[in-house]
Design a protein around this ligand. Structure first.
Ligand code: NAP
Length: 342
């Protein structure tokens, strides 16, 4: 491990997307990072600030020009499948990789190919990747060559449910997750669903029940931490805000809930965590509790036998680029909060 003043060479592959640009803003203020390479195919030859006026003025090069062998860390901010192909190149050249796509989150190649309807370009790396929900991955991160950064919806759901799964709490049916995402969660390329005119003044449920691609990832990770992991009914919505994500999670408990014991379990899990804020009894988490921070804000309410958890993040920070940077800090033995808001 290097000293606290050591500088690391870092690259962002796919820097012109929403997560890539967010990372560039964060890393430009990191005292241990030299942002060595930012790639783009569409805007190569221009500066990142030509694409996003408030972003750092750094040059964009095509990814074919990236010298991965010279990078300590390569962040991949690419669509799935394209990310795995680039990961192979970076890993073979000796760089450590933090992949923000879904390519290395699932352990099973069959499940990946069924979920994403594409062949996996690097299945041999699936069981070597560390699933980077930082609060639950700290032991594995310092040795990791490849980190699979979690999805944004899974981050809200796992931080809310893992304390219960670890405690062995029994549920009496499916846990319902009613989730809302800001439009940047869908990336920069507009579709009819995400076009501003379609989104404005609307709230759109999509891929209801068991249809969303993040569901296998959530259930895989819940099952990794306990034998009482519930099945989920997941109802995502597109909300007319640029950024932010809120999941309201309804947990039907078998036994009459002891609210103070449940709260104590969450406090035990998160009281030392710099980026997970358990709200005091009586308060409810809102999108504003996490806006522009790397925080997850969690509130607990009990209604009869139903535990209602509200879990909120900023999808571009704790849901993507912020958590990726948090993972890098742990990988490199730096203060975990360095260059992170919140
Ligand atoms: N947005 C979120 O809140 C969020 C949260 C968690 C995880 N993620 C995941 O993070 C990854 C990046 O998301 P994003 O929202 O930043 O996406 P995005 O805004 O759509 O940007 C992706 C970037 O990748 C580049 N690109 C696109 N297709 C490519 C290809 N076939 N080969 C190489 N480069 C390509 C594009 O840049 P150029 O055309 O300039 O090369 C594009 O700007 C995705 O896998 C996404 O699922 C996103």
């Amino acid at each position: 491990m290097q000293g606290a003043s050591h500088r690391y060479k870092v690259g962002i592959i796919g820097a012109t997307g929403y997560t890539g640009c967010e990372l560039a803003r964060l890393l430009a203020c990191h005292p241990n990072v030299d942002l060595d390479v930012l790639t783009s195919e569409s805007f190569a030859g221009q500066m990142l600030s030509d694409v996003y006026p408030s972003a750092p003025a750094l040059p964009l090069v095509p990814s074919a020009d990236a010298s991965f062998g010279e990078l300590d860390i390569a962040y991949l901010c690419l669509p799935h499948a394209a990310a795995a192909e680039t990961a192979l190149r970076a890993l073979e050249a000796g760089s450590r990789v933090i992949d923000l796509s879904a390519d290395f989150r699932l352990r099973s190649v069959e499940l990946y190919e069924k979920t994403y309807q594409t062949r996996h370009p690097a299945p041999e790396w699936l069981d070597r990747a560390v699933y980077g929900l930082t609060e639950y991955a700290r032991e594995a991160l310092p040795e990791a060559r490849l980190v699979a950064n979690p999805g944004c919806y899974p981050t809200t759901v796992l931080l809310a449910l893992l304390p219960l799964v670890k405690l062995g709490v029994r549920v009496s049916g499916r846990v319902v997750v009613d989730a809302k995402s800001g439009v940047s969660g869908a990336g920069r390329k507009p579709t009819q669903l995400t076009h501003s005119v379609e989104v404005a003044d609307n709230l759109t449920p999509y891929k209801l029940g068991r249809a969303h691609r993040h569901l296998p990832e959530m259930e895989q990770e819940l099952n990794r931490f306990g034998t009482t992991a519930p099945e989920l009914c997941f109802v995502p919505h597109l909300l007319a805000i640029p950024r932010g994500m809120l999941s309201t999670i309804y947990v039907p408990l078998c036994d009459s809930p002891d609210e103070s014991a449940l709260r104590a379990a969450f406090e035990k899990e998160y009281s030392e965590e710099p980026f997970v804020h358990l709200l005091p009894q009586g308060q409810v988490a809102t999108v504003a509790h996490a806006h522009l921070t790397n925080r997850a804000a969690i509130s607990l309410n009990v209604c009869g036998n139903m535990l209602i958890i509200v879990s909120v993040i900023d999808n571009l920070l704790k849901g993507a680029s912020g958590q990726a940077l948090q993972n890098m800090n742990v990988m490199l033995g730096l203060d975990e909060t360095t260059a992170l808001p919140g």
